[in-house]
Design a protein around this ligand. Structure first.
Ligand SMILES: [Fe+2]
Length: 351
């Protein structure tokens, strides 16, 4: 199947800053940037829509008060949640899991799930291959200039979902029996596309010099739609300038500073900032702060082996500082030979 995007024209585009392009283009948002909608007592910040990503994914940040709880629902596409702050309890028919900052959950298409917020302030990213939350926001939400949830919601998110508009967005309320017990313990990530949660620092873990790279969800868990990479590390210089022909790379800075080049523009991400680098974008990244934490979302997941080529398996939760600086040149060369990686220049500069 021909790709839905034209990487050669993407390469000619300057990165937009603090604007959703409405068409496929590289762009960055500083924390709080995007479209704002109240969905009852949920506040949604839309950071990417299908029209910005050639239908690859959409991304929202959700802020919600304690006590807000959704009914069981099913949604189209594969959904991935990463908790930023507070406490979120996710219920499946197979078990219930309490999630705190850094934890994530993987929700396959049409899997019944329900969410409940337990702390005073709660926020999470919701990344999905479908546009269901954006459709819901457009049809049933209230646009707002605010960046936080409203103190006086007219109704709850749950009541909003119960309205008939939800069905039109592809969100269906379903009868389901939650298993109140925790999700069954397991070693490593599941073998297939089943609902599961990953604790902060968990997942399939790898390490390289002063850096831990962990997969909280992999291609086999998402029906081959995307994978996520959770990177924690010390300051690290830029890698060689490169681009990808087939997949987009999406960077969320969670802590510290991430240095990025995107089609000639240097953009430094702080916590809450986001960069969408669609296929074609000439880019590089560096870790610019101590204890930098970055979440990468790559779709389609053709690049998943890169992190295995560039790292070694580890059971460690944290990176180790000190020692001889080391760039895994062999793994990088193998990635160039085998994967969707076109190197176009040396590292932009040493961070
Ligand atoms: Fe890349």
């Amino acid at each position: 199947m021909a790709p839905a995007f034209d990487w050669e024209s993407v390469q000619q585009m300057s990165a937009l800053i603090d604007d959703l392009p409405g068409h496929l283009a590289p762009y960055a948002l500083t924390s709080g940037g995007g479209l704002h909608t109240d969905l009852g007592d949920w506040h949604a910040t839309t950071m990417a829509r299908h029209c910005d990503t050639a239908g690859e994914f959409s991304l929202q940040r959700i802020d919600l008060p304690g006590g807000s709880a959704s009914p069981f629902m099913t949604v189209p596409g594969h959904t991935f949640i990463h908790v930023l702050e507070g406490e979120l309890t996710i219920r499946f028919e197979t078990g219930t899991q309490r999630l705190i900052g850094g934890d994530s959950a993987s929700i396959p298409e049409r899997t019944p799930f329900a969410l409940a917020a337990g702390a005073a302030l709660n926020s999470f990213y919701l990344y999905t291959t479908d546009d269901w939350l954006q459709r819901l926001a457009e049809r049933a939400g209230t646009p707002t200039a605010s960046h936080v949830f409203t103190r006086r919601p007219a109704r709850t998110f749950s009541a909003l979902l119960a309205a008939e508009l939800a069905d039109a967005a592809g969100v269906h309320l379903v009868e389901a029996d939650a298993d109140g017990r925790p999700l069954p313990p397991r070693a490593g990530l599941p073998g297939g596309a089943e609902p599961f949660a990953t604790k902060a620092g968990g997942g399939d873990r790898y390490e390289t010099y002063q850096q831990i790279n962990a997969y909280p969800v992999r291609a086999r868990n998402t029906g081959g739609r995307f994978f996520a990479m959770d990177t924690r590390g010390a300051k690290a210089p830029y890698i060689p300038l490169h681009f990808h022909r087939e997949h987009s790379e999406n960077f969320l800075c969670l802590a510290g500073r991430v240095g990025l080049y995107a089609n000639g523009t240097e953009i430094v991400l702080g916590p809450g900032d986001f960069l969408h680098a669609p296929a074609g974008t000439i880019h590089s990244f560096s870790l610019r702060g101590n204890n930098t934490h970055m979440l990468g979302l790559l779709t389609p997941p053709v690049f998943e082996p890169f992190f295995e080529y560039m790292n070694t398996p580890t059971e460690a939760i944290v990176h180790e500082e000190g020692g001889q600086p080391h760039f895994p040149a062999e793994g990088f060369a193998r990635a160039q030979a085998e994967l969707d990686l076109v190197v176009v220049g040396p590292p932009p500069h040493t961070a």
